[in-house]
Design a protein around this ligand. Structure first.
Ligand SMILES: [Zn+2]
Length: 186
């Protein structure tokens, strides 16, 4: 059941046909890990927190720079030079203090990916390079976790969901191997 405060906060969800209390409770019981707290991770994390996800993880080893602020809307001028995960945590906590935030100030790699992904229901790929994209895609697929991949280039964007439970194609069905470095824009 939802508390009175939750009923007020999520009023627009509760009146949304096909979502309602059942959807809100399911969202509160769910967890997602956002890989990257940059241009893609920012809107994903902000909307998940605003919408009332129960637990949200962020993995990023970067620091905030002035040139990030034009699109990475999690961050602001006070956090230039500081960890992106700290900046994100500050912003997301003030947006919705009911969300359990877990920040991981580390670079995702072969050694930590399995332990991290196991802790979450859904993986969101907001990374900006192909090695990480392939790592996220392969690890999520092997662990049976749905992965939501966003990508942008100039004026175009792509959003794809790879879900082993739905027997969807995997990332490597689309892109069998990482392109050689330098052949594709970041
Ligand atoms: Zn495949």
């Amino acid at each position: 059941m939802l508390t009175d405060r939750e009923k007020e906060r999520y009023e627009r969800h509760l009146s949304l046909s096909g979502f309602g209390t059942k959807g809100q409770v399911a969202l509160r019981d769910a967890s997602a890990l956002c890989v990257g707290a940059g241009g893609l991770g920012s809107p994903a994390a902000l909307y998940l927190a605003a919408a009332g996800i129960g637990r949200l993880g962020l993995v990023d080893d970067d620091t905030v720079e002035l040139s990030n602020l034009q699109r990475q809307i999690l961050h602001d001028e006070r956090f230039i030079g500081k960890q992106k995960v700290q900046s994100a945590s500050n912003r997301l906590t003030s947006l919705n203090s009911d969300v359990s935030l877990q920040i991981h100030h580390e670079r995702l790699d072969e050694n930590n990916v399995t332990d991290l992904f196991r802790q979450y229901d859904v993986i969101i790929d907001g990374s900006d390079n192909f090695p990480t994209r392939f790592l996220v895609a392969d690890a999520a697929w092997l662990l049976g976790k749905p992965a939501v991949a966003g990508a942008i280039h100039q004026f175009e964007g792509q959003l794809t969901v790879f879900d082993p439970a739905l027997r969807s194609p995997c990332y490597r069905c689309l892109l069998p191997e990482p392109p050689p470095p330098g052949t594709v824009p970041t």
